[in-house]
Design a protein around this ligand. Structure first.
Ligand code: IMP
Ligand code: MG
Length: 190
C-alpha cells in the first residue's frame, strides 16, 4: 500500500460527497444556468461523483491549474487553458470545484481570473482543507472535510502523476518520496 495510513476511506468519502450534494441541491435550486468549473487533474474524481448526485443540471468546464512539484508547492500557479474558456465564464453563476485548499495560491489565482472574466457569481466547493495557516485566505462555501498537514494521495490527489485512482485518501508513505513514476508521465496539472 502506498499510504502509511488511510485518513478517509471509501465510505467516509461517499458520506462527505452526499452531504455536499444535498447542500448544493438545496442552495442552487433557484440559481440561473450554473456552470461547474472543475480544476484538473485533482478534482476530476470528486467532481464527477458530486455532480452525479445533484438534483439540478449544470454545465461543466475544466481548467488546468498546477502549482505542485513532487510533494511541495512551487508557489507559482500555472493556468493552462484559460483563454479557451473565458467566453464561457462571462455572466455565469460559477461553482468552482477543487480537491484541496493547501496554500490557497491556486484558488486565489483562479478567483482573481474569474473576476477578470466577468463571472456573474462564484461559489467555491472544495473536498479538503489542510489544517495549516494558509498563504492566501479563501472563503470556502462548501467544504468536505478538514485534514491534517501531510502529503495526501488518492481520490484524485497524486504524487508525480501516480495514485490518483486509489478509492480512499491516505498519507503518502515516506519511503516513496523521491521515487520515480513507473511509466511515462502524461499529466502535468495538479
Ligand atoms: P494550493 O497550495 O492551495 O495552491 O494547492 C494547489 C494544488 O496542489 C491543489 O489543488 C492540489 O492539486 C495540490 N495539492 C496540495 N496538497 C496536496 C497533497 O497533499 N497531495 C496532492 N496534491 C496536493
Ligand atoms: Mg489541484
Amino acid at each position: 500500500m502506498p499510504c502509511s495510513r488511510v485518513i478517509l476511506d471509501t465510505e467516509q468519502l461517499k458520506r462527505i460527497v452526499d452531504t455536499l450534494a444535498e447542500q448544493l441541491s438545496s442552495d442552487f435550486s433557484g440559481v440561473d444556468n450554473p456552470l461547474a468549473l472543475i480544476v484538473l487533474e485533482g478534482a476530476k474524481y470528486f467532481a464527477e461523483d458530486l455532480i452525479g448526485k445533484l438534483n439540478f443540471s449544470l454545465d461543466a468546464e475544466y481548467i488546468n491549474a498546477s502549482s505542485y512539484s513532487g510533494t511541495a508547492s512551487t508557489g507559482h500557479v500555472k493556468i493552462e487553458n484559460s483563454q479557451q474558456i473565458e467566453d464561457a465564464i462571462r455572466g455565469r453563476n460559477i461553482l468552482l470545484i477543487d480537491d484541496i485548499y493547501d496554500t490557497g495560491l491556486t484558488l486565489h489565482k483562479l478567483l482573481q481570473w474569474l473576476q477578470t472574466c466577468g463571472a456573474g457569481s462564484v461559489k467555491t466547493c472544495v473536498l479538503l482543507e489542510k489544517d495549516i495557516p494558509h498563504e492566501k485566505h479563501i472563503d470556502i462555501d462548501y467544504l468536505g472535510s478538514s485534514v491534517e498537514d501531510a502529503f495526501l494521495i488518492g481520490y484524485g490527489l497524486d504524487y508525480n502523476g501516480q495514485y490518483r485512482d486509489l478509492p480512499y485518501i491516505g498519507v503518502l508513505d515516506d519511503a516513496l518520496i523521491g521515487s520515480e513514476p513507473s511509466g511515462p508521465l502524461e499529466e502535468i496539472a495538479d
